[in-house]
Write a protein that binds this ligand. Structure first.
Ligand code: NI
Length: 228
């Protein structure tokens, strides 16, 4: 009799135990992981003041970089959250390609830049709060701050001086998924597109060199999250 009671009680307890709850109104979620910014690097032809013309077929180049990414999210309802993307500063090589004939020596790495792309998004989680799997979509705005821009000494020897990139405001969109490993710890993967458009400028032979760059990167992050 006692055994039956115990068994019944255990079953009742098991049934009453809450399922792992994911993403409820009021939750604060912090995610950290490896984040890669992979620029699309499409640019206008480069304006070379010393030549008085855009040079057809030229381009600005930017390589990709991986840093520590952070997300801070707050669930406004069970399905809607606001999220801030932060990261340690990204560092990219910036260069020139496509300079023809006698100017081909100007092609190659020009310098380096750093940037921070904080992004504030509204995020929608369609699944029920009881689901361990929480895919999401989001949209928001990005501000990209370029800083610590510097030319290589080789570029300075070639006759370049100064390097500057305008900061950018733009639209951002993302898809991602959390998978709850425990009530508080989750796996996360996300991909985001950020519209970053800037004008880069330097000087060559004392005359202005300018290029419009659609950086427009895909941003990939994989990591772990913790729900408070
Ligand atoms: Ni763009």
């Amino acid at each position: 009799m006692k055994k039956t009671l115990l068994a019944t009680s255990l079953i009742a307890l098991a049934l009453a135990a809450p399922l792992a709850q994911a993403h409820q109104a009021g939750d604060i979620i912090v995610r950290a992981g490896a984040i890669t910014v992979d620029p699309h690097e499409d640019s206008s032809d480069i304006w070379v003041g010393a030549l008085g013309t855009d040079v057809a077929g030229t381009k600005a180049t930017l390589d990709s970089d991986t840093q520590l990414g952070l997300n801070f999210a707050y669930m406004v309802t069970d399905h809607v959250g606001v999220e801030l993307l932060a990261a340690t500063p990204f560092s990219h090589d910036v260069g020139v390609s496509g300079m023809p004939g006698p100017f081909a020596g100007l092609n190659g790495k020009l310098g380096e830049l750093k940037h921070l792309p904080p992004t504030l998004s509204l995020v929608y989680y369609p699944m029920a709060a009881t689901s361990a799997f929480q895919p999401y979509v989001g949209a928001g705005i990005n501000y990209t701050w370029f800083f610590d821009t510097e030319l290589t000494s080789e570029a300075e020897d070639k006759g370049f001086s100064g390097l500057d990139l305008d900061d950018s405001w733009g639209f951002a969109a993302q898809v991602g998924m959390d998978y709850m490993l425990t009530d508080n710890v989750m796996l996360n993967a996300q991909v985001r597109y950020i519209d970053i458009d800037t004008q880069g400028s330097t000087r060559f032979g004392g005359r202005e060199v300018e290029v419009d760059v659609d950086v427009d990167p895909f941003v990939y992050m994989v990591g772990l999250g913790y729900k408070f």
